[in-house]
Structures are given as C-alpha cells and as structure tokens.
Design a protein around this ligand. Structure first.
Ligand SMILES: [Zn+2]
Length: 178
C-alpha cells in the first residue's frame, strides 16, 4: 500500500479506523491487539532466541502473516512491538507479494518504521483518551499502566501531543506505585 500524502497523517487515520472497528468498551490494549490479530488470522509467536536488541518481526509467506516478538522483553515492550508490526501490516504490505519481512533491529530504522511507530502510538494511546486522562489528573505512570505501555513510551506520547503535565511530583508518584 502506498503512502497517501503525509505518511504520519495516513498512519494516524489508519489507527483510528482500526480502533473504530475493533475496540469494544473496557477493552484493554492487550485484548484489542488479540482481537485484531485474530480478525486477520495472523499467527502470533513469541521467541526467546532473538538477540536482545531485536524487538521482533512481521513476516509473510504466501499471504500468511506471522508476528514474532522477543519473548524475553518486558510485557509493555512486547505489546508495543505487536502494535508496531500491525502498523507495517496495515500500512506497508500488499497481498499477492510472495513474502514480506520487517525485522526490528538497531540501525535498521526506516521511514516505514517511523510510520509504524506513529500507528502504534495512536492505536495504543489515542489522542482523545490521553487528553481525558490528563484532565482527570492521572500521573504519567498511571497513564502508562492504563495503556499498558512503558513510562518512556507514555512520556514520548505526551511530548508529541504537546501536553505539559502540571505535576512536578510525578517522579515521586512513579516511585511510590508498588
Ligand atoms: Zn518496523
């Protein structure tokens, strides 16, 4: 599939479409990703033999798609990797191509990966919901827990949305949460 004009805007739109189609009320991000994977008959695997720096990959062979994530990575990172690979799936793959391979490894960060990241961030941390939680006084860590993402992914999302939290004590809250 070709990029339509602004690649990031296209990724945001696609994430919105997917959310509208697959998110159900009180559905966690983990459940959401499972629903999408199931809906598109994608095979999901976890593998412990990747190099630690490799997050995972999207692989297709004769229209059969596989998402493989690094089993040794923390939950939050694995979840983000799945969302990133779904970004490649929705934005960059076409049927009838004999195979695709997107291996997430350091130094191989491409414009397509930047677009997949934008998709993942918008899928897991939708702008509207981030604003709502901010309004409700959530700390960064509470938001990260809510969306099942890492603290740093949450922080990056808030910066991208230009949300400045008026909570200088947030670092302390972060430490207090068991
Ligand atoms: Zn990628």
């Amino acid at each position: 599939m070709k990029n339509h004009g602004n690649g990031k805007e296209f990724a945001r739109q696609k994430a919105k479409e997917v959310l509208n189609a697959y998110r159900i009320p009180r559905c966690s991000n983990r459940d959401l990703l499972e629903r999408i994977i199931e809906a598109f008959s994608i095979q999901f695997l976890q593998w412990e033999h990747f190099h630690n720096s490799v997050c995972g990959m999207l692989l297709s062979y004769h229209d059969k798609f596989y998402i493989v994530v690094n089993k040794l990575h923390p939950d939050t990172r694995r979840l983000f990797t799945i969302a990133h690979e779904l970004g490649h799936f929705f934005l960059h793959t076409t049927l009838n191509k004999p195979y695709h391979l997107y291996l997430e490894q350091p130094g191989k960060y491409s414009a397509e990966c930047a677009q997949a990241n934008c998709f993942a961030a918008n899928l897991l941390m939708p702008r509207k919901q981030v604003y709502e939680l901010t309004e409700s006084g959530y700390t960064i860590q509470q938001m990260a827990d809510y969306f099942q993402v890492s603290y740093s992914a949450m922080l990056l999302r808030l910066r991208k949305l230009k949300i400045a939290l008026s909570q200088p004590q947030d670092e302390h809250n972060y430490i207090q949460i068991p």
